[in-house]
Design a binder for this molecule. Structure first.
Ligand code: NDP
Ligand code: GDP
Length: 342
């Protein structure tokens, strides 16, 4: 036991699976905030092996509830607080900007205030994002690249980013922004494009004969593996001084690349025909259309051209990603292939 306490908001999301086991294994007393739902589901926490799951104390509550957050932070007085809870889906943020602001701005302010007022020795990690860059004109992007958000989600995260920076400087608190590029895993939410592709390709391998329907095939992102990034978050809070760090892979790939690679992992090759909304992906083996494009999955404003420069994290934290694009895609498709579900 190292006698350290960690509090994690958003513990029921994709970043939990396996990653926090490492904290439990390091001897932390781990606490997590989960908002109540009608099924009392604990999300990804339920996927953890029982011996670890039982060691995590869950506090049911919402980050938008200031008194709840205040009480929880005061009671636990965590050494480390990982504030991950968010409305994290960019597409949804265009349809529900107000709910996105409530959780991502209001919730973050509640967490920052609770630390400032009730537990100033707590080290805080805030989940900022590459979405802050919008449509960057310079590549690769680092901690000094200009932010030009292009979605309500990105705007809300920019408010969180500045809250952390201003609180750190004004009140001398240990607060870090992780400017994390896209990171995925076997338990990524099913509406995100990587998991959507992995699930569909796995289903096709099991006999599903309906095509995968996506939006912008040309969108370019820097996709890494969630577990690597959670380790990076932990490293940020082990430093003597708080700072902001980019975590990324330094590789850029299109959605089309992801699809090609996913089919590759079930030994299929795709031919691409047509352009934009009329583009289709055709299974070379039998000439069947397996990928279509629909305007339904386009964003009102795209944010892409992402390729992160993680040299600061490498230099100061000694961090680098272990899982790169090809392995990431394979891991995700294989995991979905091995689940019972179609
Ligand atoms: P997920 O969407 O998988 O997880 C978000 C978590 O926040 C869920 O547990 C969700 O609970 C919880 N949550 C949402 N609203 C509230 C609320 N009002 N009160 C309490 N909990 C709430 O996201 P990820 O795990 O992928 O990402 C974690 C964080 O990192 C997020 O802040 C995200 O914006 C950020 N980020 C993610 C990146 C990525 O590529 N994954 C890149 C950069 C930043 P519920 O299950 O009930 O919805
Ligand atoms: P984001 O980077 O956090 O928005 O993660 P997403 O997985 O939702 O989107 C990644 C990129 O894929 C964005 O540029 C989307 O425009 C693009 N994209 C293309 N087709 C789809 C699709 O069908 N679903 C989603 N979610 N994104 C898509």
């Amino acid at each position: 036991m190292n006698n350290k306490k960690a509090l994690i908001t958003g513990i029921s999301g994709q970043e939990t699976s396996d990653s926090w086991l490492k904290l439990v294994n390091k001897g932390y007393e781990v606490h997590g905030v989960i908002r109540r739902n009608s099924q009392m589901s604990k999300g990804t926490v339920e996927l953890l092996p029982e011996q670890y799951r039982d060691k995590i104390t869950i506090h049911f509550g919402d980050v938008t509830d200031a008194p709840f957050i205040e009480e929880t932070v005061k009671k636990i007085a965590p050494d480390e607080l990982y504030h991950l809870a968010a409305q994290s889906f960019v597409g949804y943020s265009f349809k529900n900007p107000s709910a996105t602001y409530d959780v991502n701005i209001g919730g973050t302010l509640n967490v920052a205030n609770a630390v400032k007022d009730h537990s100033p020795n707590t080290k805080l990690y805030f989940a900022a994002t590459s979405e802050l860059y919008g449509q960057p004109e310079t590549t690769p992007q680092n901690e000094d690249t200009v932010f030009r958000p292009r979605s309500p989600y990105a705007i809300s995260k920019l408010a969180g980013y500045w809250t952390v920076k201003v609180y750190r400087e004004s009140y001398k608190l240990f607060m870090c922004n992780g400017i994390l590029f896209n990171h995925e895993s076997e338990v990524r939410g099913p509406e995100f494009v990587t998991r959507k592709i992995a699930m569909k390709v796995a289903a096709m391998a099991k006999g599903d004969d309906t095509p995968l329907v996506v939006g912008n095939l040309d969108a370019r992102k820097d996709w890494g593996y969630a577990e690597d990034y959670v380790y990076g978050m932990w490293l940020m809070l082990q430093q003597k001084e708080a700072s902001d760090y980019v975590l990324s892979t330094g590789e850029m790939h299109t959605v089309r690349d992801f699809i090609n690679e996913a089919f590759e992992s079930i030994n299929k090759k795709i031919d691409w025909k047509g352009k934009a909304l009329n583009e289709t992906g055709i299974d070379k083996e039998n000439n069947r259309i397996v990928v279509k494009v629909s305007p339904e999955f386009y964003r009102p404003l795209e944010s892409d051209n992402y390729m992160g420069d993680y040299s600061k994290a490498k230099r100061i934290l000694g961090w680098k990603p272990k899982v790169l694009f090809k392995d990431l895609v394979k891991k995700m498709v294989m995991s979905d292939l091995n689940t019972e579900k179609f």
